[in-house]
Design a protein around this ligand. Sequence first.
Ligand code: GRF
Length: 200
Amino acid sequence: MNTHKTRIAVFCSGSGSNFKALFHAIRNKHLPTEIVLCLSNRAQCGAMEFAQQNGIATVHITEKQFDSFDKFASAMIGRMKEHQVDIILLAGYMRKVPDAIVAAFPERMLNIHPALLPKFGGDGMYGIHVHTAVLEAGETETGATVHFVNEEYDKGAILLQRTVPILPDDTPETLAARVLECEHALYPDALEKLLTLQRS
Ligand code: GRF
């Protein structure tokens, strides 16, 4: 029997609420996987704190620590090898992932985006800007998307998507909170789907 657990690195820059949701879902659903690394461009943030409290290895790495982008990318790849990472999950990672990493993880890197891609994605579409744009466009529903990562922001193939209603008195903030709640269930479901695809 193959007892190898898929080894996950989560890349984060912020509060890490998706990271926490993934961590708990993996346990509760007994998924054959484990989060072995939290990588961040910030030395301290909610995600890094949570990782430290839960015995997950952390890596703080930024471009600024290296004298070229290529060296930064090589160091990142080195870290993935060191921790024998099989899958990378981007969860609020606010930096560009070097193309060399994307190339090294074909069909093995996912991102979550707080809208129904391909709408409301790409440059400048992050955080509250997404929900402001959705409301300004007069949409009747929004949602969240988990997609594979390729070299273009928010353009990789969609793995799983779920809609979220927009209510008449929504502000960008109330909408953001409702979409985030949806993300917390969607990302674990997308991970489960990816694991099933990989094992079939
Ligand atoms: C989420 O809305 C996610 O869709 C986006 O960044 C946010 C991260 O939030 N990519 P958190 O750090 O997981 O709370």
